[in-house]
Design a protein. Structure first.
Lengths: 104, 147
């Protein structure tokens, strides 16, 4: 499975379009991470626990998108975009979407 | 008593935050030097280069960063008079450069990174009293490998 955020792949030909595929996860932080983060809040700087949390969730969203593309019989996802939004208090939604295609 | 605690936190925030920021900038500069020869562009087509294109893949890096007490106080004061809040500017600048570096570190054998996108969002806010305001910066692009 080729995943890129450009529209065309050099040297490869798109033979079929399968439309949009997407994956999303909504994750909440747990209390332990929040306590550590409140300490960080005094001194500033990176909140490593949150970074890890979001990275994990993003990987999860990508694998959901991949599963959807595989179901459609695609072998590549082009023009992938990420977006993050905070939907509920203390939670973040990670959304990944792209175009599933078959390439040769 | 509350005031004492607050003042202590502000003073702590000032000194610790300042030294952390300085050490983070040192680390950013050192790592940026390492990747100085890797072209990273926002265009969608790879730059012309010798050799054959063998692989392309999505790379991304993300950072969540928060501000310290002292800077929050200064920003609060700035809000009254308006103008640049330079303490926040360095904060987002750090987060952005860090994210781009993490993205580059994901694919050390890349020849170029094309279609770079950087996005900022504020996450995990408004979760009640004592919540931590933080921003997330994600950088993503396509790593192109020539051989």
């Amino acid at each position: 499975m080729v995943i890129t955020n450009v529209e065309t792949l050099p040297n490869r030909e798109i033979v079929e379009h399968h439309g949009i595929v997407s994956g999303s996860t909504v994750r909440s932080k747990h209390a332990g991470r929040d306590i550590m983060a409140s300490f960080k809040n005094i001194f500033g700087g990176e909140l490593k626990g949150y970074t890890e949390l979001l990275t994990e969730s993003r990987d999860e969203a990508i694998s959901r998108m991949k599963a959807q593309a595989e179901e459609l019989g695609a072998n590549a996802i082009l023009n992938v975009r990420f977006s993050t939004s905070s939907v509920a208090a203390g939670a973040a939604e990670l959304y990944v979407y792209g175009t599933a295609v078959t390439i040769r | 008593m509350d005031l004492y605690i607050y003042v202590t936190l502000v003073v702590l925030g000032y000194f610790v935050g300042k030294s952390r920021e300085a050490s983070h900038y040192r680390s950013i500069q050192e790592r940026e030097g390492k990747f100085a020869s890797l072209p990273t562009v926002a265009t969608k087509k790879p730059l012309p280069q010798e050799g054959e294109l063998v692989d392309m893949k999505l790379v991304s890096g993300c950072t969540v960063i928060s501000i310290d007490y002292y800077k929050r106080l200064i920003a609060g004061l700035r809000n009254i008079f308006g103008g640049n809040i330079s303490s926040y500017e360095t904060l987002v600048d750090r987060a952005r450069r860090e994210s781009v570096l993490r993205m580059k570190e994901q694919c050390p054998d890349a020849s170029q990174i094309i279609n770079l996108r950087i996005e900022t969002s504020s996450v995990f806010k408004n979760s009640g009293k004592g919540s931590v305001g933080s921003i997330e910066v994600i950088a993503y692009g396509t790593a192109v490998i020539f051989q």
